[in-house]
Every structure is written in structure tokens, then in C-alpha cells.
Write a protein that binds this ligand. Structure first.
Ligand code: 13P
Length: 252
């Protein structure tokens, strides 16, 4: 059995004050332990503070990005050892916003994934297609390309042993336009098959999250699908009640 995971990606949102009230609300709401793993991924500058605020809870801490390089003269970057130092467990990588707005390529994403795994952190690897790619029937080809760069390398396949995949159709991110449970399930099943072709045991244990306009109102029907093992949540992770409803849906 794969333990569901709900991870909140705060993106570039919030303040010290909002982080405090958000974490307090989440801790209180999760006090009756849910049968899902929960993680929150605040902006870098709030990681330490959120880690302290999370003390006494089971909620894990994650970062939204990391450098693939070790410590050194890389102005403005953050290393895996720094993330470990402040208590992170997870690192999101390959998010479509980073691919589209910051030019991250499949190859760079693969380098980051290998670095994250080597450091003992757990990668949450985002994959997903653009609207025009879906409409022209290229969804599987795009997702396959994003995965194959890792599946076809020895180091990549080793790092995937520790990886959570997040399928995030780009057209569903922040648009309110969620993939239907069946659309999501179809791609999740495709991802699992693609991994199984290289390593059946890995495919069976790998958690594949859905992300893209998940809300309290649609989480349960998404998470009911066989290959959907939880969610990567953007906007709704900034609202205590919404986020808690989603965590509860994953636990059921
Ligand atoms: P939304 O939930 O706001 O659509 O964002 C999804 C996402 O990008 C999570 O990483």
C-alpha cells in the first residue's frame, strides 16, 4: 500500500505573519492524526521559521527548488546541504513554472533530481503537458520525454527510487480548470507503466500525486482513482480549511 501524500506548494506567497497562522491552523486541524502524509513547501526565506512552527507535528517540510551544485560561488542559489540543515525532507523540482519562466530543461531537472537524492532529500518531480500539447494528442509523448531522461540513465533510475512524481497538467495549474479524475488517472497509469517497464517494483511503490486546481470540493474524487496517491496543492494550500479538507480526502 502506498501512503498518500498531500504537499502544499505555497509558491511565492505569504509573509511571516501568514505563515504563522497557516501553520497553526494546519497543526490544529491535523491534531487527530490523519492516515496521509502531509508536507508544506514555503518559500526559502521562511523554511527555518516554518520548521520551528511545525515542531511537535508530523507535518514534513519541503523546498520549492534547489541548485544542482554543491556549496560555492553561485550567487543567489541554495544548496541541498542548506535544505537539509534547516530540516527539509522534500524538494519540489521541475515545476512547470520553473520550466516555463526560468528555462529549466529536462537535463537540468535530471541533474537536480540526482543531486537531491544524493543529499538524502526526497524529490517531488513535476511533469505535465501544455494545453496545446494535450489538444494535439501529445500528452503521453511529453510526459514520457520528461521521465525518460531519468529512466534511461543509471543514476536517474537510482534517484527515482526515492522520488515522488507529481503529474501537473500545465493548463490546470492556477486556472480553476481541474483535470477530470479519469483524465488524471489515465496519465497516472501511463506514468506507472512507463516506470514499470524499467523497474516493476519501483512502479508499484512509487507515489504519483496529481496537481492542478485541487480543492476541498474535488480532492476526494481525484484521490479515489487507483493510481492517484495524493496531491500537490497550490492555491488551496494557502487556506487552512481547504487544505485540511484535502488532507482528510487523501486519508480516507
Ligand atoms: P494550483 O493548485 O494553484 O492549481 O497549483 C498547482 C501547483 O502548481 C502545485 O505545484
Amino acid at each position: 500500500m502506498r501512503k498518500p501524500l498531500v504537499a502544499g506548494n505555497w509558491k511565492m506567497n505569504g509573509s511571516r505573519e501568514s505563515a504563522q497562522s497557516l501553520v497553526a491552523g494546519i497543526k490544529e486541524g491535523l491534531a487527530s492524526a490523519v492516515a496521509a502524509e502531509v508536507a508544506i513547501c514555503p518559500p526559502f526565506v521562511y523554511l527555518s521559521e516554518v520548521k520551528s512552527l511545525l515542531e511537535g507535528s508530523e507535518v514534513a517540510l519541503g523546498a520549492q527548488n534547489v541548485s544542482h551544485r554543491g556549496n560555492g560561488a553561485f550567487t543567489g542559489e541554495i544548496s541541498t546541504s542548506m535544505l537539509l540543515d534547516v530540516g527539509c525532507k522534500y524538494v519540489i523540482l521541475g515545476h512547470s513554472e520553473r520550466r516555463a519562466l526560468y528555462g529549466e530543461t529536462d537535463v537540468l531537472v535530471a541533474e537536480k533530481l540526482i543531486a537531491i537524492n544524493a543529499a538524502g532529500l526526497k524529490p517531488i518531480l513535476c511533469v505535465g503537458e501544455l494545453l496545446e500539447e494535450r489538444e494535439s494528442g501529445k500528452t503521453e509523448a511529453v510526459v514520457a520525454r520528461q521521465l525518460d531522461v531519468l529512466l534511461n540513465s543509471v543514476e536517474g533510475l537510482a534517484a527515482l527510487q526515492n522520488t515522488v512524481i507529481a503529474y501537473e497538467p500545465v493548463w490546470a495549474i492556477g486556472t480553476g480548470m481541474t483535470a477530470t479524475p479519469q483524465q488524471a488517472q489515465d496519465v497516472h497509469a501511463f506514468i506507472r507503466q512507463r516506470v514499470a517497464a524499467k523497474d516493476a517494483a519501483l512502479a508499484e511503490k512509487m507515489r504519483i500525486l496529481y496537481g492542478g486546481s485541487v480543492k476541498g470540493s474535488n480532492a476526494a474524487e481525484l484521490f479515489a482513482k487507483a493510481d492517484i496517491d495524493g496531491g500537490l496543492i497550490g492555491g488551496a494550500s494557502l487556506q487552512v480549511e481547504e487544505f485540511l479538507t484535502i488532507c482528510q480526502a487523501a486519508a480516507n
